[in-house]
Design a binder for this molecule. Structure first.
Ligand SMILES: O=C(O)C(=O)C[C@]1(C(=O)O)C=C[C@@H](O)C=C1
Length: 376
């Protein structure tokens, strides 16, 4: 039996040689970057990388090692590219991202659109972000809100993107992908749902409850204790409140905000009825201009990836090596391409930071249909 200490010494010697070779290789990569800067060549050369992976893995003596050599050199070349991007950035040849930096978002002189009706949570989020003195109006669908800002009929749209109990709002992710509109801000609103009915309604009168599907989900524990009530989904909580008011029928109730009760002449029958005490929704503020505030702290991006082992890992490594903290990742199916996905990632940083520029530059070259959704 061989001695463990002796074996470890052998490994130590090999590892030292590998570190030495790695540093030598990175130094050559640095010189390649100087050549590329002087000659206006792109950092990523896919063909060269593919050739290298094939020729190096062919040198291995069994299939396990062949796979290992491929992984090892994929990583080494990824690091080599990152070093080159950093040098490009240092030399000021990284190019600017197509976003305009502004001091701050003008929240005073603007027209704001949301989906729903007065008393909707989106209305409340809009008032919290912009104050009550701006021109705030509503549309029936989120798509119409996106169109309104695209066409310049409104300056900003306020859209719900995720709820702390029910998760992301899928349709908004799809719209962000579809439209050339950009996120410039966010507003988190604590959501306490109320059961609303016509004044004088008793719980025993109720037969049907109307609300948005997300609100029904957030109150599912409460609703399960009333299995005799039929639940019906509508486009918005305030639309549900308006319906109950219009139809003047005590068998109907709505789940919406207390503000919706005031706007639509209803009474709060019970509140709060959501099971998560910390229930909150995050709203995004979207516009048609590519701009970001000087103090913006979060970047949102989306991209597609080649259907290949390790491609998500490789993209995310740009964040790791640039020391960026990823705070969220979501994926959505790509229509008409079964089992392929759009990825949506949020990470901390400002488009003016060199680490952010560096990471974005690398990801842009490797991912398909890469888009910066905003910095806020
Ligand atoms: O050969 C180049 O052009 C390099 O920049 C070197 C290198 C590598 O590390 O091997 C790095 C990036 C390219 O995508 C291809 C190869």
């Amino acid at each position: 039996m061989e001695d463990l200490n002796e074996l470890r010494k052998e490994i130590d010697t090999i590892d030292k040689a590998m570190v030495d070779l790695f540093e030598k290789r990175m130094d050559v990569s640095r010189r390649v970057a100087e050549y590329k800067i002087a000659n206006g060549k792109k950092v990523l050369d896919r063909e060269r990388e593919q050739q290298k992976l094939e020729s190096l893995s062919a040198l291995a003596h069994n299939s396990f090692n062949c796979h290992g050599v491929q992984e090892l050199f994929q990583q080494i070349m990824a690091m080599s590219r990152k070093l080159q991007y950093q040098l490009l950035e240092k030399e000021g040849v990284s190019g600017s991202l197509p976003f305009t930096r502004i001091d701050q978002i003008d929240r005073k002189h603007c027209r704001v659109v949301y989906q729903g009706l007065e008393g909707a949570y989106q209305h409340e989020a809009a008032m919290q972000y912009f104050g009550k003195d701006v021109n705030i109006f509503h549309m029936s669908t989120w798509k119409e809100c996106m169109e309104a800002i695209k066409e310049g009929m409104a300056d900003y749209a306020v859209l719900p993107i995720e709820n702390s109990s029910a998760g992301e709002v899928d349709a908004i992710y799809d719209l962000l992908e579809e439209y050339d509109n950009y996120i410039v801000g966010e507003q988190i609103l604590k959501i306490n749902h109320a059961l609303l009915g016509l004044p004088g309604t008793k719980l025993s009168d109720i037969k049907t409850v109307y609300s948005h599907p997300q609100a029904l989900m957030q109150c599912s524990v409460y609703l399960d204790s009333h299995p005799e009530w039929k639940q019906i989904s509508l486009s918005n909580t305030a639309v549900a409140a308006e319906k109950v008011h219009k139809e003047q029928d005590k068998t109907q109730a709505a789940i919406a905000s207390p503000a919706a009760a005031e706007f639509h002449g209803l009474e709060v029958l019970e509140m709060p009825i959501n099971h998560n005490r910390f229930n909150s929704t995050r709203f995004i503020i979207v516009t048609n201009r590519k701009m970001y505030a000087a103090d913006a702290k979060k970047v949102s991006i989306c991209f597609e990836l080649p259907h290949k082992s390790g491609s998500l890992y490789n993209i995310l490594s740009h964040m790791i090596y640039n020391d960026l903290n990823m705070c969220k990742i979501e994926s959505r199916p790509i229509p008409e391409r079964n089992w392929e996905y759009h990825f949506f990632v949020d990470f901390e940083g400002n488009l003016n930071d060199s680490a952010v520029k560096n990471a974005i530059r690398g990801m842009m070259e490797e991912a398909v249909n890469f888009k910066i959704l905003g910095n806020y």
